[in-house]
Design a protein around this ligand. Sequence first.
Ligand SMILES: Cc1cc2nc3c(=O)[nH]c(=O)nc-3n(C[C@H](O)[C@H](O)[C@H](O)COP(=O)(O)O)c2cc1C
Length: 347
Amino acid sequence: MMLYKLLRSLLFRLPPETAHALTLSVLEHLASVPLFDTLMSAHSRLPVKVMGLQFPNPVGLAAGLDKDGTCIEGMAALGFGFLELGTVTPRPQPGNPAPRLFRLPEHHALINRMGFNNLGVDQLIGRLERRRYNGILGINIGKNKDTPLERAHEDYEEAFRKVYPHASYVVVNVSSPNTQGLRSLQSIDALKKLLSTLLDVRVNLAREYGSTVPLVVKLAPDLHDADLEDTARLLLELEVDGITATNTTLSRPGVEHHPLAQEQGGLSGRPLRDQSLHVLKTLHAYVAPRIALIGVGGIESGADACARVRAGASLVQIYSGLIYQGPGLVKEIVRHLAADSTLATLV
Ligand SMILES: Cc1cc2nc3c(=O)[nH]c(=O)nc-3n(C[C@H](O)[C@H](O)[C@H](O)COP(=O)(O)O)c2cc1C
């Protein structure tokens, strides 16, 4: 952690996206150095079975950090139990104009309005076909910016069909705040239509590929309790396999007066923690044990992760915590989860 503090002070002198690209590129190169991953990922085992999949440990990389799968081996070397790539869209797109990613270091937070910048699903698949990593891989899918909302399901279906044979599980992202109208797909009617389409398609894909890939829905932390109840009911009825709670928030809890608070986009990191935990708890009350829950949002310590598991998460993911605490956080969380005897029956 000390070493990472030094590295972080250097990285934080660079614009956020430059630091991000540099880190991914260096890490991916390091991963090809013999013994690097053996050294890095030692002691990261805490096997769990969720959605029928066997995870070496329950700590995952959240979506958006390695959207295009350019750092799969590097991320795997950090000891993650699973990686989630994407959000990927059917066609490549540049995302919003920069600057679009902001650090709020005093709050261990980020605000981003990336807007699904990605190289498109075909590029991602090319990379997946060349990968060495054979661990659990989630693929998070979305719609292109220029696809009208009425036709959003066509984008999701196209991406779903293409990623299906490469994914351990697929996440339907209807909660990014940075693609106009996307979050309206969380309304009950729209969500029902979208997920029914994908679940129908899955029946045929399962026959074709000989396995049923779990379908997960990623929700926003800004849904009200009543919305969550309706959503939970729908997801139970449709029998989706998992829910990721949560994406970033449009609210600005505790950072209202920060000079960057007015920047448009989703807030992540420490200020999001309580809101994400609340959504997770609320969902758990409705869907346990039939739908698996993946807890994400503001997890930056072993204790945060334990609280998430206690609230009903079977898996956790990190993004902002990795930026502020460094790669040692993965192992710290696994160690805490393994040591917490009250979790023995959960994890
Ligand atoms: C720069 C950035 C880009 C992100 N991109 C995506 C994305 O493409 N798809 C997605 O589902 N979530 C995306 N997220 C949300 C994260 O996966 C996660 O849900 C959120 O940041 C909360 O976790 P955290 O507090 O640990 O960062 C992004 C987050 C950040 C900070």
